[in-house]
Design a protein around this ligand. Structure first.
Ligand SMILES: Nc1ncnc2c1ncn2[C@@H]1O[C@H](COP(=O)(O)OP(=O)(O)OP(=O)(O)O)[C@@H](O)[C@H]1O
Length: 395
């Protein structure tokens, strides 16, 4: 049982403890109003009001305390304290006066991660709820750095997460997670067991290649290797469902990217770009490619967007500003966040300890966690719209 399942059970339990039926009608009415006020609060990850989302709201009362619980569809463990404060503030007038006057309030935030409708899948993907591709139009923009920190951030928010390094031309995951030289266990002569690293279940061609393996991979061979890693890795070998499988895609918009989106149903794609004009043009091609195969674009991450002067701490957009934002608006998608060009991000990930793992409470980790919540919330919204079954465009 995962942490959040546990929370959810606790939640249901609490609900029964505070059955409205024994309460005087005026208290019941006041609790209804508490629920209405909460329903009007904005979910920060989507910017939408809770009532317009498929969010579960529960309100109870026991012995002078109002209990509220909200269940969102994306991992949000870091938001608990903020949330409780917002509910307290919004409900203050209702607790100052009337039948709830003087009551205390206790608010919980839960999450319940649903599965994206995926049709028939290979056995190994049976318990993988959502596959998220991290892609970029061109190489070197920090796609792998973003993918690994995004995966760690989803896990830090309470999700169970896998990371597949599909960058078969230059697999960098073993370096980024300090798992060089590790070989995955083989099961039944056919399946790989994922390599557990820093709280993630991981697989990379880097685990399978030896020093003698020639690095010359042609297109068809490469996509075959990707397909094998995807479908022959037992992602839920321990019986625990994977909430998200983050796939670090090879750079570019070629055959491998298309093959993947046709082999499995992707819950969505995150596009990584840098602010330079050329990178943005390539990133737009990435957006268009995923749209063509009906994969929802969850949003854009602008990497190396600001430069922090290592002498004075001053931040400036040396490559120009507003590019990611404009592109998101032009292409009807969202800017999930911006990362600075920061020496620590590079040193940490290149040294096998990505920022979110090594400084989980730092400013940069907070940026990645916000991106993770927004991307996961976009997956949730997509599920609400009836899933993301790929349809190949006609003509
Ligand atoms: N925000 C950042 N600030 C500083 N350095 C960064 C940042 N993001 C990534 N880097 C560094 O830039 C280099 C390239 O990053 P990364 O390997 O993630 O890019 P990529 O787009 O996946 O590249 P490729 O296309 O070669 O796979 C790495 O050395 C990485 O540490």
């Amino acid at each position: 049982m995962t942490d959040h399942d546990h929370h959810h059970d606790h939640h249901e339990h609490e609900h029964h403890d505070h059955d409205h039926q024994d309460l005087p009608p005026e208290v019941q009415d006041a609790l209804e109003r508490v629920a209405e006020v909460i329903g009007q609060l904005e979910d920060p990850a989507t910017g939408m009001v809770l009532d317009t989302l498929d969010a579960d709201i529960e309100v109870g009362y026991d012995d002078g305390t109002v209990y509220t619980g909200v269940t969102l569809g994306y991992p949000c463990a870091s938001q608990q304290v903020d949330w409780a404060q917002r509910v307290r503030q919004a409900c203050a007038p209702l607790l100052a006066d009337g039948p709830l006057a003087g009551a205390d309030i206790h608010s919980d935030l839960y999450f319940d991660i649903q599965r994206t409708e995926s049709g028939a899948v290979p056995e190994s993907l049976d318990r993988v709820k959502n596959i998220i591709a991290v892609a970029s139009g061109k190489g070197g923009v920090g796609k792998s750095t973003t993918a690994v920190n995004l995966a760690l951030a989803l896990a830090a928010e309470g999700a169970t997460v896998g990371l597949l390094d599909a960058d078969i031309y230059g697999p960098s995951l073993p370096t980024m997670l300090g798992t060089e030289g590790v070989r995955p266990e083989i099961k039944g002569g056919k399946f790989f067991l994922p390599v557990h690293a820093q709280g993630l279940k991981t697989m990379s061609l880097g685990y399978l290649l030896t020093e003698d393996t020639p690095a010359v991979w042609r297109g068809p061979m490469a996509s075959g290797a990707l397909n094998q890693m995807l479908t022959q890795t037992l992602w839920s070998e321990d019986g625990e469902a994977l909430d998200y499988l983050v796939v670090d895609m090879p750079p570019g918009t070629g055959d491998i990217q298309l093959t993947l989106s046709q082999k499995v149903v992707l819950a969505g794609a995150v596009i990584v770009t840098t602010p330079q004009d050329l990178a943005l043009v390539d990133a737009m091609k990435g957006v268009e490619m995923f749209r063509k195969v009906s994969v929802p674009v969850l949003g854009i991450v602008e990497n190396m967007a600001l430069h922090t002067c290592s002498n004075c701490g001053h931040q400036e957009p040396i490559f120009g500003s507003g590019g990611g934002e404009k592109m998101a608006a032009d292409y009807d998608t969202r800017l999930l966040g911006q990362l600075p060009l920061d020496m620590a991000i590079r040193e940490q990930v290149d040294g096998g300890k990505p920022t979110v793992a090594v400084e989980p409470d730092g400013e940069i980790a907070a940026l990645y966690k916000t991106i993770a919540r927004k991307a996961a919330a976009a997956v949730w919204l997509g599920q609400d719209e009836g899933g993301a079954m790929p349809e190949i465009e006609q003509g």
